[in-house]
Design a protein around this ligand. Structure first.
Ligand code: UDP
Length: 240
């Protein structure tokens, strides 16, 4: 595993992340996976708690084009590792090995649809539990109790950034041997509520444009992207 920094945030480069995670699952080695993009990097510059979580995660993959372009501009020939694809690969491995999966996040019907579709794909998939992502403190305590008593191997948390990263850090002691992945809006995509950008946009580093088209209310959050470019440019000029 090679380690890099993007504006102070770690990025880990490996030739096969899903194999690496399968080994961690097999060995019951507690792991937090962060899927880093430019938006999250800029959030972490303002949110010290989020920055700390990312810095402590065992695996930070280059999810976004901004991260990949940054590292390529510094001579590292790396490819994107979209978090949703990595999560799909790990779910497949877990399903085939009957490793137990717990899912938290998304709307109530969304999470049920995801589980139904996975059960169609893998009849033997071991779902240890699920809960949608709209809970108050009392329900949260029940979710934590269920997590602790079921001790799943793989836990997918889709509460959005930064809530899911902070949630994982706060609760990972409940299942210290599990692999925890913050999956953002992946449940919506797996349930068919939203779609991913077409390949021709992703291949040209324009996935953000598709997200803006699909969710125009994100425009304010997405102002962090030009800010990321500006910070990267400033860093390059200062390092000359
Ligand atoms: N979500 C949730 N509980 C909340 C707020 C959001 O479960 O209180 C879910 C929401 O339904 C969606 C995901 O979190 O499935 C956030 O998706 P988004 O694409 O915004 O993720 P991000 O870009 O923040 O990774």
């Amino acid at each position: 595993m090679r380690h890099f920094k993007v504006l102070g945030m770690p990025v880990h480069i490996h030739k096969n992340y899903s194999d690496w995670l399968a080994q961690r699952l097999q060995a019951n080695q507690g792991t937090h996976v962060v899927t880093l993009n430019a938006e999250m990097t800029m959030q972490a510059r303002k949110n010290r708690d989020l920055a700390n979580v990312i810095q402590q995660a065992e695996l930070v993959v280059p999810d976004g084009s901004g991260i990949v372009l940054y590292l390529r501009s510094r001579g590292e020939k790396i490819a994107r590792c979209p978090g949703i694809e990595l999560s799909e690969q790990v779910v497949k491995i877990a399903a085939e090995n009957q490793w137990r999966i717990f899912l938290i996040g998304g709307a109530p019907d969304v999470i049920d649809t995801v589980v139904d579709s996975w059960r169609k794909q893998w009849a033997d998939i071991a779902i240890a539990g699920t809960h949608h992502g709209y809970f108050d403190q009392a329900i949260e305590q029940q979710v934590c109790d269920r997590l602790q008593s079921s001790q799943p191997n793989l836990i997918l948390i889709g509460l959005g950034v930064p809530r899911q990263e902070l949630w994982i850090q706060k609760h990972r002691h409940l299942c210290p041997n599990a692999v925890w992945i913050g999956v953002g809006g992946s449940f919506d995509i797996w349930a068919g509520i939203k779609t991913r950008a077409p390949a021709w946009l992703s291949n040209n580093h324009l996935e953000w444009l598709y997200r803006l088209y699909q969710e125009p209310w994100r425009w304010r959050r997405m102002l962090s992207l030009p800010h990321f470019v500006w910070c990267v440019t400033k860093e390059s000029l200062l390092n000359r």
